[in-house]
Design a protein around this ligand. Sequence first.
Ligand SMILES: Cc1cc2nc3c(=O)[nH]c(=O)nc-3n(C[C@H](O)[C@H](O)[C@H](O)COP(=O)(O)O)c2cc1C
Length: 258
Amino acid sequence: MEHSSRYIVVFALLVCGVCSIFVAVSAVSLKPRQERNKAIDIQSKVLSLAGLLEDGMSADAISETFTSRIEPRIIDFETGAYAEGIDAIAFDQRAAAADPDTSKSAPPNDAQVRRVPDNAVVYHVMGEGGELEGLILPIHGKGLWSTLYGFIALGTDANSIRGITFYEHGETPGLGGEVDNPRWKSLWEGRKAFDERGQVAIRVKKGAAGPPEEDPYQVDGLSGATITARGVTATLAFWLGDDGFGSYLDQFRAERGI
Ligand SMILES: Cc1cc2nc3c(=O)[nH]c(=O)nc-3n(C[C@H](O)[C@H](O)[C@H](O)COP(=O)(O)O)c2cc1C
């Protein structure tokens, strides 16, 4: 059976129309679910650093534990003071840093952070009795192929490292992607972020580091992924330093008499 060109064109347009409506409806209707899954993923990373993530935890359990044990606090990024009037749960630091109205250009830095937000979020890990157990700070910086987004967890001395995790990056699996390897992540615990002079000292070295008691400021390199590893070092130097959370950490220490 032969069809006219007009029939073929109209038929193809109809198929395209139906498909695009289907794709558009799916994209719009799935958006809230995707946003929630993203939020749950980030909450689960924060909980894992806080030692509060259990195997097989449901999304609801993650959300409940996050609400009861993690206190997100908004700070004025430049002064480090706590800021009022911003909903810490809804606050999107990445969006704030991307918007010229709510961010500033960052000074040149090896982590290639381009902008810093006017306000930032820090997470207080609370004990069951309501006491502060630790701090979790958001960090990001450039690896080889991508910007790595994650968190660093510190003890209440604002110096001992509890852990590091990345929730988004595009580094090569098996090379830079080894930042996700639980064995490598476990090497961070017990190390120190700052030296005796208060300078950021933690770094990923090339090769193997010693145990935390003997080699507190260095972590094993990622073999075949020195560029990603350097990115992690630069990311921590930036976010823990004066152009990053330095002012906040100074105030935190002052408040606690450290
Ligand atoms: C396909 C491909 C993917 C790579 N992915 C990464 C990566 O994700 N991170 C990284 O640092 N290096 C990666 N490299 C290697 C870098 O080019 C570079 O050789 C390496 O970082 C040097 O590290 P090394 O001194 O430990 O060998 C990749 C190389 C190739 C060919």
